[in-house]
Design a protein around this ligand. Structure first.
Ligand code: AMP
Length: 225
């Protein structure tokens, strides 16, 4: 695949990885570089939570506990999202699918339009490193810029570099919820690695390298599609 100025058949890339593996960071890069829509199911839920929609109220009750939102509502939300015009060049999925039922629903929806996944990139990071990263993650409530106190701190402690807002932590980045989310990942989402390996789309990469090295590896994979 060439960059966003070229024409290519729609491409669908899945970023698979535990919370804190760096899916969001890499999805943003891929989206911009190749003109793909970046779909984060977590962001879609958080938008619904902040607007207090019925979906948001339901989702919040699971998110606060670090559990997965039920498949039927998650699948419906993402399917509606991929039908929007900005997905015409393709999509990079960040945090979806997270269960085998979601993966099958995505395969079926793409197959209906004679499309298929280009790659499922598994970004691997050990739990101990994930816990350190997630508990150090701070976000600007105004512009959503993500900081990490260890690897990418703001210039002025506690304030956003772009707009000066006071940074906050995601409720689910608090230590007990982080542990629960990692548990849920190992039990419900990690089996998808084998699911995509069986279908031949899986690409593994070491997510403990620097952000730039992970980006280079992800871009290398995307170039082959
Ligand atoms: P994330 O921002 O991807 O870490 O997602 C935050 C939370 O949103 C998760 O802990 C889940 O409660 C919920 N969530 C996000 N994506 C999904 C999904 N594909 N399936 C079920 N729940 C999800």
């Amino acid at each position: 695949m060439k960059d966003s100025s070229s024409n290519h058949a729609p491409i669908y890339i899945i970023l698979l990885g535990a919370p804190g593996a760096g899916k969001g960071t890499q999805a943003e890069v891929l989206g911009k570089r190749y003109g793909l829509a970046h779909i984060s199911s977590g962001d879609l839920f958080r938008e619904n939570v902040s607007k207090q929609t019925p979906l948001g109220v339901l989702a919040k009750s699971y998110m606060d506990k670090g559990e997965l939102v039920p498949d039927d509502v998650t699948i419906k939300m993402v399917m509606e999202r991929i039908a929007r015009p900005d997905c015409a060049r393709g999509v990079v999925f960040d945090g979806f699918p997270r269960t085998e039922a979601q993966a099958q629903a995505l395969d079926a929806a793409l197959a209906q339009e004679n499309k298929k996944i280009g790659a499922a990139i598994s970004i691997q990071v050990r739990d101990q490193v994930l816990i350190e990263r997630l508990t150090a993650r701070w976000i600007c409530p105004a512009c959503s810029t993500v900081y990490n106190l260890l690897s990418n701190p703001p210039r002025v402690a506690g304030n956003c570099d772009k707009d000066g807002s006071a940074l906050g932590q995601r409720d689910d980045d608090k230590p007990e919820t982080v542990r629960r989310r990692l548990d849920v990942f190992r039990r419900q989402t990690a089996p998808l690695i084998e699911y995509y390996r069986r279908s031949g789309f899986l690409r593994d990469l070491d997510g403990e390298q620097s952000i730039e090295q992970v980006t280079a590896a992800v871009v290398n994979i995307a170039q082959t599609l």
